[in-house]
Unconditional design. Structure first.
Length: 338
């Protein structure tokens, strides 16, 4: 009975998920997925991966990932990047994959302030298997039976492809960053119906943050005292797609090399519907060799329940080629340690 209940829950969620993008709790660690204008913003070469396992206690899983590479060309005031995004929902074996190329032009508007203009062109691939899913076209209400065939309205090819376009703006200096982005400008058709149209709604996002330096400390490495960086940062990300919107807001403490963070995902409701999603805890490490690792866990606050859903696990890994910094001077990387 419990398995049937969760299958019904997934049936309710799948129609919503099919037209919505994946979301990462560590949105600041998935910067180029957040906004194409982040490509090259760190002025060094970066390579990273984000992985999310949502609701692991439910029989049917939903996992997502984003891998990226970016580089900055100082002579051209330009950044370029490559990003690969993917997600898989096991109930209908629905898979979404995207490969994108990013370009950013950086404009200096002050001694330490910059404005980035970014665009991304993507090729997407979407595939599903409806063998274990009961579609509306299979229900014969008059006879009270379920037809084994979904009918002629479903296309034979369960795999569709599309071209997509994203854009963004980003302002940043060594303390503050703010950006806006717009995804799915082409609103590609994702429908599996021959005569249907299911355009992917545009996603709009506004995000930003500020960092405050705390009194530095010192680390005893048995030979001498090494200066320890200490900062506290605050950030937010508001996004809207179709009829749905959400706000992520929180703070992180960087106590070199340890990062601790606390985040909230939700939005005050004006129509009486609850919109409390999760409370998120983060622990991470930022090492001097350029390796950053972060792990976060979503504690579910919605009516789905923490015990039923199992929350969500998320891992971010990034490697920055820090040896480039010494050749280029200061590194004005926007946002947090990520």
């Amino acid at each position: 009975m419990r398995k049937i209940f969760w299958m019904l829950i997934m049936l309710l969620y799948v129609p919503l998920l099919k037209a919505q993008d994946i979301q990462f709790s560590q949105f600041y660690a998935a910067s180029m997925y957040l906004n194409p204008a982040f490509a090259g913003s760190a002025e060094i070469t970066r390579l990273g991966l984000n992985f999310r396992n949502q609701w692991p206690s439910i029989d049917q899983s939903f996992i997502a990932y984003s891998a990226y590479l970016d580089h900055y060309f100082e002579d051209y005031n330009s950044g370029v990047g490559l990003i690969v995004n993917g997600s898989r929902e096991s109930f209908s074996n629905l898979q979404n994959n995207e490969v994108g190329i990013l370009y950013t032009y950086r404009l200096r508007i002050g001694e330490k302030s910059f404005l980035n203009f970014g665009v991304q062109g993507s090729y997407g691939l979407r595939a599903a298997a409806f063998d274990e899913v009961i579609l509306g076209t299979q229900l014969d209400v008059d006879r009270g039976v379920i037809s084994p065939s979904p009918g002629s309205g479903i296309i034979d090819d369960r795999q569709t492809s599309f071209i997509d376009l994203h854009s963004g703006l980003l302002f940043y200096n060594d303390k503050v960053w703010f950006g806006i982005s717009s995804h799915h400008l082409t609103q590609p058709d994702l429908s599996y119906l021959m005569d249907g149209y299911d355009g992917l709604p545009r996603k709009y996002s506004a995000h930003g943050g500020v960092r405050f330096d705390l009194k530095p400390g010192f680390i005893n490495d048995y030979f001498n005292n090494t200066r320890q960086e200490r900062t506290v940062s605050f950030a937010f990300n508001y996004k809207r797609q179709g009829f749905f919107d959400q706000l992520d807001i929180g703070s992180e403490l960087y106590f070199e090399p340890i990062i601790l963070g606390l985040w909230y995902r939700g939005l005050p409701s004006f129509n009486g519907l609850p919109n409390n999603d999760a409370l998120i805890g983060l622990v991470g490490f930022s090492l001097q060799n350029g390796l950053d690792i972060g792990y976060s866990y979503d504690f579910t606050l919605s009516k789905l329940g923490w015990r039923n859903s199992g929350g969500a696990h998320e891992l971010s890994i990034r490697y920055s080629f820090v040896n480039q910094i010494w050749n280029k001077g200061l590194n004005y990387s926007p946002g947090f340690r990520y």
